[in-house]
Design a protein around this ligand. Structure first.
Ligand SMILES: [Fe+2]
Length: 226
């Protein structure tokens, strides 16, 4: 890990301890909270590995890289879900950036300099769009866990950034149920139990294809002046 990313995690740790930390509720602004019917998806940090490389292939299949014959290593998973606003209305044509580590917990990113193998057949990040019903889908591999700082190990997770004009931009992370590391993750522990449930997804294995499928619904805050 580079000095730069190390210092990012250190700053994060300092901030957490300054907050008094674990179990603390994450507060967020919601001007029209009284009207809200659905709980907004909780925000989480973008982290140090937001993609900064240009790549030709940015589609919804992260298990294949255009021009390469082999598939990414790891357990293939499919993630789908619906993006709505706090009133349950679908948000169509929202842009969703997804990015994640490979199956060994390594980001294809200059800030991740740990000596862990890069998987050149893994796309690393992609850009998705919701359809008219607010639905999205992508195919990828289950990311590996990776060390953050000291004894802190990040559980497998996928980063999401969801944007559409007229809605508050959301940056968050999706987790996998049943992972022991979820219980000790300092970023998950910033959230209430209910908020954690919103980000932790159950995956079901298809008996024929062995692909794991999970649904991650996302609730954005529609801005009141639109
Ligand atoms: Fe991450």
């Amino acid at each position: 890990m580079t000095l730069k990313s190390k210092s990012w995690w250190r700053r994060r740790l300092l901030k957490l301890s300054a907050l008094g930390a674990t179990g603390m509720l994450f507060t967020r602004a919601l001007s029209d909270e009284k009207l809200a019917r659905l709980a907004l998806t909780p925000d989480q940090t973008e982290g140090p590995f937001y993609p900064n490389n240009n790549q030709l292939d940015t589609d919804m299949d992260l298990t294949r890289v255009q021009g390469r014959q082999e598939s990414a290593k790891g357990q293939v998973i499919e993630v789908n879900g619906r993006v709505t606003d706090q009133f349950g209305e679908p948000v169509s044509k929202a842009i969703i950036d997804v990015w994640q580590a490979n199956s060994l917990g390594k980001y294809h990113h200059e800030r991740d300099s740990r000596r862990v193998q890069i998987d050149e057949n893994f796309q690393g990040w992609g850009t998705l769009f919701t359809d008219d019903a607010g639905e999205y889908y992508f195919k990828t591999i289950k990311p590996g866990a990776y060390p953050a700082d000291g004894k802190w190990v990040r559980p497998p997770h996928i980063h999401f950034k969801v944007a559409k004009r007229g809605y508050r931009e959301l940056t968050t992370q999706m987790y996998f149920s049943g992972e022991e590391l979820n219980r000790k993750d300092l970023l998950l522990l910033e959230l209430s139990e209910q908020e954690q449930k919103q980000l932790i997804v159950d995956f079901i294995r298809d008996q024929q294809t062995a692909i794991l499928s999970g649904r991650f619904d996302i609730v954005l805050s529609k801005l009141s002046d639109t």
